[in-house]
Design a protein around this ligand. Structure first.
Ligand code: ATP
Ligand code: MG
Length: 567
């Protein structure tokens, strides 16, 4: 497995992460409160993982690796109504793809249903839980508010014997769904609403992906989570800030049950990203309502979407490390994620030539039928990537927008009478333009200077532009998909009609691209730079005779601009 703790940048190498989570762990180790570090990543299998989860995964697996401990993958599968095997499978694939390995430590909260049930009976027997016959509506009404205490349920003072009998009959399936619940008996006047006799078991006849029809009562999240942590010997249970108010309840259960360990919950701020949504409910809606092609649509902030888009797992880990962990909620610019991806791909992606919107160039003084193999550098950032040979001939394609018949003063690329360099090949000069009936350019007639082979003039004369090209006789057809942010606004329409904020131009499909032959053989997932255009990734939709590429990110760094503006 890749080492997640290995700093992805030199800056990070110089300064190992020192955030409040790591400080707390160091203190616990120093004080002898724990002897080792055991963390867990606890997804609920009710959707695909997204970049926010990646932050949590990198943190939990990263801590385990830094402190020589281990990290468990635990499915928090206590709500069978929304959970599916597809999600369980995708979550495992995504965590692995990110570069992490839970070894043999794969767990399910549902593995603990029997133990949790026994502990629920223990709470009843010790006078710390009761069966409530109120409806969900009544429970809500009687819970009180931030300023008013709650009202005790009329069933709050049932005897332990009666509670035990009712709870056992709940389990046996004697009662309707929703007709009774088990509640912890804590404090209806607590300033923390989570402590006002929280519901810990509900009746729900819904087959579970793993336990099938074995149970018709299910523990809720709060009753399952801390106890699962304790069973697994988790030392530090790292979660997001919204669980801060649940911590007293987490600790109450650990204090009132004969659990084998007392894990410590530590909260950190969840990741928010501009121009996207990270709520599973919304992501599900995008998929189910067909706003995107699926969970792995390259515009989605899901791990599988980022993967298909071409983001390397190393770049996502680097991003997670560089945003760090904090105690206050904030929003990260999506351009920073793109910046991390670009930085990684700049070092790793092989350079290739592709013409997205081709127009033909005919070199009239180049011998008909002649083909030359030009030597092209694979990656100027990595000498070991070597070189390749690219076929050059009399007819080529260049980008339509690299030519202008009547160029404004700042346009330095090809124009009538002008000489430019074709990368790795020759200087060419535009002599004439052949047009279609509608006035559009059909062919650009050029001449070349044979003395400039390789791209340099022996007389030292300069040109102002170097352009990419693909030989017409050798190029391979390709479909190229260009992506933009999925949402127009930085806050993705938060507070308003968020679906109306979907960017109608988030996907542009170019069907007539031509790419150099090396790109036709790319395997799905292979990442390259199209020279002058950006970073692209071969899509699994590629088939013999048609390469399909996704644009991962462009070359221009919008993050640098945002930073400059912010000062
Ligand atoms: P749900 O709304 O379904 O609870 P969730 O995003 O909280 O969605 P979980 O499966 O419960 O999904 O999350 C698994 C873990 O990932 C939790 O520990 C959660 O705190 C963490 N997590 C979820 N979203 C983020 C985020 N945006 N940033 C950091 N961590 C996150
Ligand atoms: Mg959650």
């Amino acid at each position: 497995m890749a080492d997640p703790a290995a700093p992805a940048t030199e800056d990070a190498a110089a300064a190992p992460a020192r955030d409040f989570v790591r400080e707390a762990i160091r203190e616990d180790l120093a004080a002898g409160k724990v002897t080792g570090v055991v963390t867990r990543f606890p997804p609920e299998p009710n959707g695909y993982l997204h970049i926010g989860h990646a932050k949590s995964i990198c943190l939990n697996f990263g801590l385990a690796s830094e402190f020589g401990g281990r990290c468990h993958l635990r499915f928090d599968d206590t709500n069978p109504a929304k959970e599916e095997q597809e999600y369980i499978d995708s979550i495992q694939a995504d965590v692995r793809w990110l570069g992490f390995d839970w070894g043999e430590h794969l767990y399910y909260a549902s593995d603990y249903f029997a133990q949790l049930y026994t502990w629920a009976e223990h709470l009843i027997e010790t006078g710390n839980a009761y069966v409530d016959d109120q409806t969900a509506e009544q429970i809500r009404e009687n819970r009180g508010t931030l300023t008013e205490p709650g009202r005790p349920s009329p069933w709050r003072e049932r005897s332990a014997a009666e509670n035990l009998d009712l709870f056992r009959r709940m389990k046996a399936g004697e009662f309707e769904d929703g007709s009774r619940v088990l509640r912890a008996k804590i404090d209806m006047a607590s300033g923390n609403i989570n402590l006002r006799d929280p519901v810990i078991y509900r009746i729900l006849r819904s087959p579970h992906p793993r336990t099938g029809n074995a149970w018709c009562i299910y523990p809720n999240y709060d009753f399952a989570h801390g106890q699962s942590d304790a069973i697994e010997g988790i030392s530090h249970s790292i979660c997001t800030l919204e669980f801060e108010d649940h911590r007293p309840l987490y600790e109450w259960f650990l204090a009132h049950l004969p659990v084998p360990a007392k894990p410590r919950q530590i909260e950190f701020a969840r990741l928010n990203l501009t121009h996207t949504v990270l709520s599973k409910r919304r992501l599900i809606q995008l998929v189910k309502d067909g706003h995107v092609s699926g969970w792995d649509d390259p515009r989605m902030p899901t791990i599988s979407g980022l993967k298909r888009r071409g983001c390397p797992p190393e770049a996502i880990r680097d991003f997670a490390q560089r945003i760090g962990v904090a105690k206050a909620n904030s929003t990260v610019e999506i351009q920073f994620l793109e910046h991390c991806v670009r930085e990684n791909l700049n070092k790793t992606a092989l350079r290739r030539m592709a013409v997205l919107d081709p127009v033909k160039v005919v070199i009239e003084n180049y011998p008909e039928g002649q083909v030359e193999e030009m030597e092209a550098v694979n990656n100027p950032e990595d000498e070991s990537a070597g070189t390749r040979r690219v076929a050059f001939g009399r007819e080529l394609y260049i980008e339509r927008d690299d030519f202008m018949e009547n160029p404004p003063s700042k346009f330095f690329r090809l124009a009538p009478g002008r000489e430019v360099r074709l990368r790795y090949a020759y200087f060419i000069t535009c002599k004439d333009v052949v047009k279609n009936a509608d006035g559009s350019v059909r062919e650009i007639i050029c001449t070349y200077d044979p003395a400039t082979r390789g791209g340099n003039a022996p007389d030292g004369r300069k040109v102002k532009a170097t352009m990419h090209w693909v030989s017409a006789a050798h190029g391979v057809p390709a479909e190229v998909r260009l992506y933009d942010h999925l949402f127009k606004s930085t806050d993705a329409g938060a507070g308003g009609d968020w679906l109306a904020d979907i960017n109608p131009e988030s996907l542009k499909v170019l069907k007539g691209a031509v790419v150099e032959p090396a790109l036709a053989e790319a395997k799905a997932g292979e990442r390259v730079q199209f020279e002058r255009l950006g970073y692209f990734c071969a899509d699994p939709d590629s088939k013999p005779g048609l390469a399909v590429y996704n644009r991962t990110v462009g070359l221009r760094d919008a993050w640098a601009k945002i930073q400059a503006k912010g000062g």
